[in-house]
Design a protein around this ligand. Structure first.
Ligand SMILES: [Ca+2]
Ligand SMILES: [Ca+2]
Length: 81
């Protein structure tokens, strides 16, 4: 599911936050992080909603936030707008 970074079948602010946590605090929230709520490979795949940035970056987190604010009707990166 596009945008569902924490794999709870919902797209909300927590997903954008998890992307930023996995970038800023990889020891805890990265793929091999210590926190039980760390990002997973599936979560990274779900969260890569901005194809202009390779992999998971702050751009993907930003796109999720913009989606939540109503700027996009779909989280699918193939459907821009
Ligand atoms: Ca989620
Ligand atoms: Ca990306």
């Amino acid at each position: 599911m596009w945008g569902d970074v924490n794999c709870d079948e919902n797209v909300d602010m927590a997903d954008a936050v998890l992307i930023m946590q996995s970038i800023s605090n990889p020891n805890k929230y990265g793929l091999n992080g210590s926190d039980e709520n760390r990002i997973t490979e599936q979560g990274q795949a779900n969260g890569d909603v901005d194809f202009s940035s390779k992999g998971i970056t702050t751009k993907d987190a930003l796109r999720i936030q913009e989606y939540l604010l109503g700027k996009f009707v779909s989280m699918d990166p193939h459907v821009q707008g």
